[in-house]
Design a protein around this ligand. Structure first.
Ligand code: VGL
Ligand code: ZN
Length: 197
């Protein structure tokens, strides 16, 4: 079975000192670099928002980061401004190896957030990653990166629903853990048939 490593959002804004820092975010960089050597196909994702993105609390007067509001596609967490296209915060961590086969950018649609590497948060608009994997005959995926409870979680669940054989390496991922989201994400991934290693 052909397999790929998918490295989710290991970007400056999700590491210490970044706009949406995930505790221990930069700890995963060195072990992920080592893990890349074990895979013939490596794919990286990059959260990539235009300024004024609808997922930013700053785009909703009177709202604060981490509040949840109703969007046309369901509840949406409002985030601090992060991963703005072309900014330092949107760049990959400077020590991360970025010589993978494909970089998937997501979250560029101003009206829809995109946690998953496969579908935007409307659960309908595809990123194209599924087609890329299928046309390359890739069936088995290992996911690592940031944040475990958001982008890794949504990507893993979507991949499992699409029929891929999915493993998430918890030791190579870190969670934001907003309001119990870490525990909920682990349960949701296990329910979807994701192997939590
Ligand atoms: C992410 C929140 C907002 C992530 C991206 O990479 O997990 N989380 N944008
Ligand atoms: Zn984002």
């Amino acid at each position: 079975m052909t397999e790929a490593l998918i490295v989710i959002d290991v970007q400056n804004d999700f590491c210490e000192g970044g706009a949406l820092a995930v505790p221990g975010g930069s700890d995963v960089v060195a072990p992920i670099n080592r893990m890349m050597e074990e895979f013939s196909t490596v794919i990286l994702t990059q959260d990539w928002h235009p300024a004024g993105h609808s997922s930013f609390a700053s785009s909703h007067p009177g709202r604060s980061p981490m509040e949840v509001i109703e969007f046309p596609y369901g509840p949406q967490v409002l985030w601090p401004d992060h991963c703005i296209q072309g900014s330092k915060g949107a760049e990959f961590h400077p020590d991360l190896r970025t010589d993978g086969d494909l970089i998937v950018r997501k979250g560029f649609n101003p009206a829809i957030d995109s946690y998953s590497a496969f579908f935007e948060n409307d659960h309908a608009t595809p990123t194209g990653l599924e087609g890329y994997l299928r046309t390359r005959g890739i069936e088995r995926l290992t996911l690592v990166g940031l944040a475990l409870d958001f982008c890794v979680n949504f990507s893993a669940v979507d991949a499992a629903k699409l029929g891929f054989d999915v493993t998430v390496r918890q030791d190579l991922s870190r969670a934001i853990d907003a309001d119990g989201s870490h525990t909920a994400a682990l349960a949701g991934m296990a329910d979807a048939g994701v192997i939590l290693a």
